[in-house]
Design a protein around this ligand. Structure first.
Ligand SMILES: NC(=O)C1=CN([C@@H]2O[C@H](COP(=O)(O)OP(=O)(O)OC[C@H]3O[C@@H](n4cnc5c(N)ncnc54)[C@H](OP(=O)(O)O)[C@@H]3O)[C@@H](O)[C@H]2O)[C@H](O)CC1
Ligand SMILES: [K+]
Length: 497
């Protein structure tokens, strides 16, 4: 397949790729023919019982793809009706329109009938504002009648860059896209509005898809070369020593989840450091995981003298914000990798810049905020509607010189150098109390084994999703932690989609 299915390309970058293809002698009308043929094939394969295919066509090349699909479906003996505006003269879409027999009725003339299937070829990559009232009325009619929609490239109304609708938007059962996935196909709510995504090769060579965006869907190719390898000569310290900081007695369970996940992710040793009055409770839960009573800063300074401690997780159930900030500063001074989650993140809401300054130099800080935690640390970024989730994660990562794992159904992992990945294949049941503690622990476990931070974060997010699949629907965070496995190449392969 002349396609790189791991790279994500913004609609703007896709335009540049099209131009490069044209310079390389690839005929744009040939691309449109291929695009329309894929759309027709998806309709024929998935709606063999359709009584009529209704193609709604916009003025640009998205509409052009629709005219090609309409002609091919007619040639296959399917009843087709076209609605919309004629294309601007002179381009590929105008040629596709001319080559398709039959008339084009105004958009508002479409009256849904039982057995209709809609091909939405109104707007794709060129959408740059909210759709007008005429299109909004068609969207409402399709939705009210439950008419199935197959979208060309993107459901009209959806931004391919941000995954956010610009206003009213089709909800498609299938979306047929070309050459590369766009961020909006994976970012929420775009992913849900696209239905099933078909990524189709229309003849643009894969080497042209190497855009400057440095944005991928999360996949093993991003991290498999950096996974810790099992070594017959290894002993426990070879695989690092992860320290997880526990909060007070009442919330000590979160650290336990992180610790179990870190150990299962392959850390050679894991120690939970708890306030003295929580040690007994922790001790009643642990066998393989070690314990340490840790009062204040002096006790921590003593402990940090142990060079074998190789990574730290601070935040799950931690509570005390002053102590979180003080401990974080001490950890930063060690030069070793640190995962800040939950309370470890929100503790820095009023001193974000100081956090970034403490972790200057080689990247060794990872933050794992969910939506609420992200908004508390980066209210400026969270409020800006022009930014996509990828933009926000990238800006946050650059600001703090940290890898940011911005969690959700569309978790975005971003590095300060701009490399970013969207994870879109975690099961829905991963959204459960304590799930984030497990992720922080997995990431800590990989960092303890000296994985670089961006690669470790991508691997951790994938391992988290795999653990959830193993645990199954209805799982609790305890089940999830119990299903974490050390990363190996077979686990990486299982993560491929
Ligand atoms: N390599 C590929 O992937 C190929 C993709 N193809 C298809 O081409 C479209 C992109 O085509 P383009 O012509 O660039 O853009 P659109 O068809 O999406 O939009 C066209 C114009 O529509 C106007 N517009 C934008 N938003 C709105 C709106 N909300 N309401 C009304 N009108 C809107 C705008 O023109 P204006 O002058 O009015 O501003 C757009 O320029 C891609 O999605 C694929 O389907 C090729 O066929 C093959 C190669
Ligand atoms: K469309």
């Amino acid at each position: 397949m002349a396609i790189d299915d791991t790279r994500l390309v913004t609609p703007a970058a896709m335009g540049a790729i099209d131009a490069a293809a044209a310079r390389g002698g690839i005929d744009s009308f040939t691309l449109m023919q291929a695009a329309g043929a894929h759309v027709a094939a998806v309709v024929l394969a998935h709606y063999p019982d359709a009584l009529r295919v209704v193609v709604v066509c916009g003025p640009g090349n998205n509409g052009g793809d629709g005219h090609v699909a309409a002609r091919l479906l007619m040639q296959s003996g399917v009843a087709v009706a076209r609605f919309g505006a004629p294309p601007k003269p002179g381009g590929d879409a105008a040629r596709a329109f001319t080559e398709c027999p039959g008339s084009l009725a105004p958009l508002e003339d479409w009256q849904p009938r039982a057995g209709d299937v809609v091909i939405d070829a109104l707007f794709g990559a060129g959408l740059d504002r909210a759709v007008g009232d005429d299109v909004a009325a068609v969207i409402a009619r399709a939705e009210a009648t439950g008419t199935p929609v197959v979208a060309v490239d993107l459901p009209s109304g959806l931004s391919g860059r941000t995954g956010a609708p610009t206003g009213p938007c089709f909800r498609a059962e299938h979306t047929v896209t070309f050459a590369a996935r766009k961020p909006g196909h994976l970012l929420m709510p775009g992913r849900a509005l696209c239905g099933r995504l078909h990524l189709c090769d229309i003849g643009i060579p894969a080497r042209l898809i190497a855009s400057d965006d440095r944005l991928w869907r999360n996949h093993p190719g991003l991290y498999s070369d950096h996974l810790p390898v099992a070594d017959a000569a290894a002993h426990k310290y070879t695989h690092g020593h992860l320290a997880v900081f526990s909060g007070p007695l009442i919330s000590s369970g979160a650290a336990r989840l992180a610790a179990v996940a870190g150990l299962r992710a392959g850390a050679g040793l894991v120690t939970v450091a708890s306030p003295p009055n929580a040690v007994l409770t922790q001790a009643s839960h642990f066998t393989a995981i070690m314990q340490r009573a840790l009062g204040g800063a002096d006790a921590l300074a003593d402990w940090l003298g142990d060079r074998r401690l190789s990574a730290f997780v601070l935040g799950p159930g931690f509570g005390d914000a002053d102590k979180a900030r003080a401990f974080t500063r001490q950890l930063a001074d060690t030069g070793r990798p640190v995962v800040l989650d939950a309370d470890g993140i929100t503790a820095h809401a009023a001193c974000r810049d100081a956090l970034g300054a403490a972790f200057g130099g080689a990247v060794r800080l990872a933050l794992t905020p969910h939506e609420g935690e992200f908004a508390r640390l980066f209210p400026d970024l969270a409020k800006d509607p022009a930014l996509s989730k990828v933009d926000r994660a990238r800006a946050a990562a650059a600001m703090l010189n940290a890898v940011v794992v911005y969690k959700g159904a569309d978790t975005v992992i971003a590095a300060p150098d701009g490399r970013s990945a969207i994870n879109a294949d975690a099961p829905a049941w991963l959204a459960t109390a304590g799930s984030g503690d497990v992720l922080a622990g997995i990431l800590g476990g990989l960092l303890a084994q000296a994985m670089p931070v961006f690669e470790a974060a991508c691997a951790a997010v994938a391992m988290h999703g795999l653990a959830a699949r193993r645990a199954g629907i209805g799982m609790t965070a305890e089940d999830l932690a119990g299903q974490v496995r050390p990363p190996d190449h077979s686990a990486a392969d299982a993560g491929r989609t």
